[in-house]
Each structure stands twice: as structure tokens, then as C-alpha cells.
Design a protein around this ligand. Structure first.
Ligand SMILES: Cc1cc2nc3c(=O)[nH]c(=O)nc-3n(C[C@H](O)[C@H](O)[C@H](O)COP(=O)(O)OP(=O)(O)OC[C@H]3O[C@@H](n4cnc5c(N)ncnc54)[C@H](O)[C@@H]3O)c2cc1C
Length: 383
């Protein structure tokens, strides 16, 4: 198909980056978003470029993560050159401190996983952890440090990608909510918005984040993607007050270059309930006082929330929909959508243009029905 026209439903990091890669390969691209590009989960996330507990996922997921993370140095250079923006991709390192009162110990599984997937890791004594991060609680008894783990500043990433999209002949339509597909002779031919407009296409990519499940249902498909709400508290710290990303089962802390620290994040299965809540904000602050009391003096600058596109097994859905030729899905990236965005865009854009991935994509198949392992899947629904 010469110069195929692709309509992308959803302009989060997944839809936007895939749109860019498609346009680079000669496709004509239209991105439709019900709001503003990049204003949902992709804006709200913490930008940690490492899954929360990678050792709990299947190996194929770890391979996908490794492939994606290896693309970040080039991606951030491309964005700097094309958009003139620094997305603050930096290897701040990630530290898991250990406390005598921890409910779970990840040490053995984490070390085994790191060796298998070639992640540099250091085992630290209590003294070494305190020397590196004086803001942590005095009862810390050791820790694991991954010095190569990086972070990125989400809003900047999205802003930079948007600037690049505008340099291509990509049509961006905001405030355009897709409600249906145009299907003719069992072939998807376009997407229809609430005001009745039909955007014709040779292929449609469903990349609507947390809303993908509902939208797929409206299209007669089963895609069990649903929102998992996450709340974040932003502290106004001093540069260097915290140096590494600190991850603990109760909360994580992400230090930005300018001294701000993100304290995150809740995992709530409450549908699309909007806004932050006092009880969750207080429980994040309580975790901060216990794990990193050195941050207590920081002012709270603001709080926010976002909806992660959750899937029952924690894995994204990537690929074509056999039942509806012309429809493709890239959704359900859950807690790892920013980390997985480069490889998603790379694989999906090539696949849609005729180059099927050489790697085994069955674990991410849109048609997978069974959940082999739900350890990293959806939390229990609110009562
Ligand atoms: C609090 C929090 C912390 C996180 N931390 C991290 C982290 O540290 N690292 C990491 O890798 N990931 C993290 N994530 C997850 C990551 O943000 C998501 O997986 C990722 O942003 C998903 O991208 P997306 O493009 O699929 O979805 P979104 O960014 O939600 O984009 C979907 C877009 O589709 C649009 N849309 C929806 N329905 C329609 C429709 N019917 N018609 C048209 N447009 C539509 C929406 O308006 C939206 O712009 C976090 C998420 C949250 C909320």
C-alpha cells in the first residue's frame, strides 16, 4: 500500500510517538484526541524508566523493556535536535532501601533478575545507603542500587514530541472524541467522532489509554483495559536533597533536577473517579515521613492524578485485531507506558507498514484471553 493513511485514536505518548514513527516511514497520519494531546496518563506519570518490580513479569516483558530503554539516549538526542528541548532524561539511579519492618524482601529475586537481564546492581550496607541518601530514615539496614536506571520528565517529553509532530505533515485534531469505527465489507475504513465526522483511513490504531477498553466494547470487541488511578504529591525540595529514585513498596520518590520530588503513587481501581483525595495524599505523606523523613521540611507544591491503562496481567496489548481487519491496538501499558513507548512506536509502526516483528509478540496479543500470571495485574476493585 503506497502512502497508507493511518488514523490514531489517542494522542498520549503511545499514539504520538507511533504517529511520528509512522510519518517518518512515509505514512499519512491523523491523530484524534478527545481532549488535548498528551494531557492524560502520559502527562501525569512519574517518568521512572524501569518497571516497579521487573522480576515479577514474564521474561518476554523484560526483553521488551530492555529494548525500549536502549532507545532513550537516541530519542532524547533526536528531541533535543528537532524540538530544541531537554526532556531531562538522566541516569539518576534507582535505590531500593531495606528496613527491618519491611513486609516483603525483594533482594534475592531482584539480584537474580538483574544478573539474567544484564542490569548493573550494587548491594549496599546500611552505612553506604545513608551516605548516599541522608534523607532516608535512620533505621535503614541496607539496600540495592541500580546506578544506570534513568528517568524522564513526562510533560517535557510530551511537549517535545508534539513540537516534532508539527514538523511533519501530521494532522492533529483535538477535542475529537471517537465513538465508533467506519466498517465497510468487514474492513475498517475510518473513525467516527461524536459530532458525526468520519476520518477515513486505511488503518486505525486504537491507542486511547485507559479509555481503550470502553471504546473497544463500543466497537464490539473485548479488550480488558481499565483505569487504575494514581495520585502523586509534588514536594518543593532543594537540588540534591535526594539524588536517586527511591522505591519502596509503600511509595516511591523521584527527584527532579530542579529539586522537586514526586511522591507517588496510589493504585486505585475506582473507575474514572476524578481528582485527588485527602486520605490518599495523607497516606503518601505518611510513607514519606517513615521512609525519607529528611523530606519532611519540603513544602507541598501541588498534587495530581492520572489513569493508568491497566490490564489483567500487567502487559500491553500490541498488534492487529484479527476480527476487524484494518484495526490495530497499542494500549494497556499500565505502569510502564513511558518506559515502553519507544519500542512500542518502533514495533507498531513497522508492523502496520508490513514488517512484522521478528520477536515473539504472542504474550502481548490482542486476542489473549487467559491470564497466566496476574501478580502485576489489576489491584482489587474498591468495595
Ligand atoms: C500516577 C502515574 C504514575 C506513572 N508512573 C510511570 C512511570 O514512572 N513510568 C512509566 O513508564 N509509566 C508510568 N505511568 C504509566 C504511563 O503514564 C502510562 O502507561 C502511559 O502514559 C500510557 O500512555 P497512553 O498513550 O496509552 O495513554 P494516555 O496518556 O492516557 O493517552 C491516551 C489518550 O487517548 C485519548 N482518548 C481517550 N479516549 C479517546 C477517544 N474516544 N477518542 C479520542 N481520543 C481518546 C485521551 O484523551 C488521551 O490523550 C504512570 C501513570 C500514572 C497515572
Amino acid at each position: 500500500m503506497a502512502d497508507p493513511h493511518v488514523v490514531i485514536i489517542g494522542g498520549g505518548i503511545i499514539g504520538s510517538l507511533t504517529g511520528w514513527r509512522l510519518a517518518q516511514q512515509g505514512a499519512r497520519v491523523t491523530i484524534l484526541d478527545k481532549g488535548r494531546l498528551g494531557d492524560e496518563a502520559s502527562w501525569a506519570g512519574a517518568g521512572i524508566l524501569c518497571p516497579i518490580h521487573p522480576w515479577l513479569y514474564p521474561d518476554r516483558f523484560s526483553e521488551l523493556v530492555n529494548e525500549s530503554l536502549a532507545m532513550f539516549p537516541a530519542l532524547q538526542r533526536e528531541l533535543r535536535e528537532r524540538a530544541g528541548m531537554d526532556v531531562q532524561w538522566r541516569r539518576s539511579g534507582l535505590l531500593i532501601p531495606e528496613f527491618p519492618w519491611d513486609e516483603h524482601h525483594h533482594r534475592d529475586a531482584a539480584l537474580r533478575w538483574s544478573a539474567r537481564f544484564n542490569w548493573q546492581v550494587e548491594s549496599l550496607s546500611a552505612q553506604a545507603v545513608r551516605a548516599r541518601e541522608p534523607a532516608l530514615a535512620g533505621d535503614v539496614c541496607g539496600g540495592l542500587l541500580w546506578p544506570e536506571v534513568a528517568q524522564v520528565r513526562n510533560p517535557r517529553l510530551l511537549q517535545a514530541v508534539r513540537k516534532v509532530l508539527q514538523q511533519y505533515d501530521i494532522t492533529i485534531v483535538e477535542q475529537a472524541e471517537v465513538v465508533a469505527l467506519d466498517v465497510q465489507r468487514q474492513q475498517v475504513c475510518g473513525a467516527v467522532t461524536t459530532d458525526g465526522r468520519c476520518f477515513a483511513a486505511d488503518m486505525v490504531l486504537l491507542a486511547a489509554g485507559s479509555w481503550s477498553g470502553v471504546l473497544a466494547g463500543q466497537m464490539g470487541l473485548r479488550l480488558p483495559v481499565e483505569p487504575v488511578k494514581g495520585q502523586i504529591v509534588l514536594l518543593n525540595g532543594r537540588p540534591g536533597q535526594l539524588r536517586h529514585i527511591i522505591k519502596h513498596d509503600a511509595a516511591y520518590f523521584v527527584p527532579r533536577q530542579d529539586g522537586r520530588v514526586l511522591v507517588g503513587a496510589s493504585m486505585e481501581r475506582v473507575g474514572f473517579a476524578p481528582g485527588t483525595t485527602e486520605d490518599v495524599v495523607q497516606s503518601l505523606l505518611q510513607a514519606m515521613r517513615r521512609i525519607a523523613p529528611g523530606l519532611q521540611s519540603c513544602d507541598i507544591e501541588r498534587t495530581w492524578m492520572g489513569f493508568r491503562p491497566g490490564s489483567p496481567d500487567g502487559l500491553p496489548y500490541l498488534g492487529p485485531v484479527a476480527a476487524l481487519p484494518g484495526l490495530w491496538v497499542a494500549s494497556g501499558h499500565y505502569r510502564n507506558g513511558v518506559a515502553l513507548a519507544p519500542v512500542t512506536a518502533h514495533l507498531m509502526s513497522r508492523w502496520m507498514l508490513g514488517q512484522a516483528p521478528a520477536e515473539d509478540m504472542r504474550p502481548f496479543s490482542v486476542e489473549r484471553l487467559t491470564v497466566q500470571d496476574a501478580r502485576v495485574g489489576l489491584p482489587a476493585a474498591a468495595g
